[in-house]
Design a protein around this ligand. Structure first.
Ligand code: SF4
Length: 319
């Protein structure tokens, strides 16, 4: 800022420069461009800035008293520095030590916070983060050009991702939806109303296609995707399952089951992934106690049938 030069602002409309008194064209579509001289992190460049900034600089240029040319310490040229008065340039720390504390005082905000003093560098970092996290954000390379950085590594320190952006990106990635499957659950309302459920009797049954799981915490069973058929297992062709399915007061609902990476691979990637899952669980105890090895589960277990790939609203189709 201290080294900006007179005439550093330019206006464009649809890619064409606007000159002189064309200001009436500035009303809507004008873009304000700021010419930034060679600086500590890169060469001279031009960046778009808010029109308010261009108007403020133009207002200052109109009232700025004529000043002698001064030496630009970076380039060795003699130039018309924008911010100069009484033949003196802006002091090195004037912005951070005088202007920003004055602005903070005027606007009633503290001059420091937990991260330290409010400085021009903090403002630059904040704007960079906001542009990076905007609804239609700048890419890292666009931000690098806008900040005038020579390398993207420098820009990364400025472009901090906000929790909102992270949440949006996570949702867009669809990780949760990809890892959730839905299965049918049968609720025995008779067992609930008769109070049997309170005494530990089964009252909800997870429909695994080939059989029902009566374990209340089915979701926590490590064998749920390829059932080890422990004591909680009720084969579909057993008389118990048929009696249950014939009940009038049976309610069917859907339950969403979040899958682990191994389980999703077993569902999506076929036999090899299923075999891997089965061998990993071979010696893991079932909720009833014995491991699949001890139960003697056949190597080709049947996978949990998937009703739907996304969690849907509970379906209440009482039978
Ligand atoms: S192993 Fe037992 S608890 Fe686990 S899903 Fe199969 S029947 Fe249910």
């Amino acid at each position: 800022m201290a080294r900006l030069r007179v005439g550093c602002i330019r206006w464009q409309n649809h890619g064409n420069d606007i000159h002189g008194d064309d200001n009436h064209v500035l009303a809507q579509d004008a873009v304000c461009l700021l010419d930034v001289p060679t600086h500590k992190t890169g060469i001279a460049f031009t960046k778009p800035v808010d029109p308010l900034m261009g108007e403020a600089i133009e207002a200052w240029q109109k009232t700025r008293p004529t000043q002698p040319k001064m030496l630009d310490r970076k380039t060795g040229e003699r130039v018309d520095l924008l911010f100069a008065i009484r033949a003196r340039r802006v002091a090195k720390h004037y912005i951070n030590n005088a202007i920003i504390p004055t602005l903070c005082r005027k606007s009633g905000v503290p001059t420091s916070d937990v991260r330290g003093n409010i400085t021009s560098h903090r403002a630059r970092s904040t704007i960079a983060s906001q542009l990076y996290n905007a609804k239609e954000p700048m890419t890292l390379f666009e931000l690098q050009a806008w900040l005038g950085h020579a390398s993207p590594e420098t820009t990364q320190h400025y472009a901090k991702i906000t929790p909102n952006t992270l949440t949006r990106a996570y949702k867009d990635a669809g990780y949760f939806e990809r890892n959730v499957r839905t299965i049918e659950v049968l609720l025995d309302r008779d067992a609930v109303t008769a109070g049997e459920a309170a005494f530990g009797e089964p009252w909800q049954y997870y429909d695994m296609g080939h059989g029902l799981c009566s374990y209340t915490f089915f979701e926590q069973c490590p064998h749920r995707m390829a059932c080890a058929k422990c004591d909680f297992y009720i084969p579909k062709n057993s008389s118990k399952a048929q009696l249950l399915e014939a009940k009038a007061n049976l309610q069917r609902m859907l339950a969403a089951i979040p899958l682990t990476d191994d389980e999703r691979a077993a569902v999506d990637d076929g036999q090899a992934a299923l075999d891997h899952l089965l061998s990993r669980l071979a010696d893991v105890p079932t909720p009833a106690g014995p491991t699949p090895h001890q139960i003697g589960v056949p190597a080709t277990a049947t996978l949990l049938p998937i009703v739907d790939v996304r969690p849907g609203p509970p379906r209440d189709a009482g039978r």
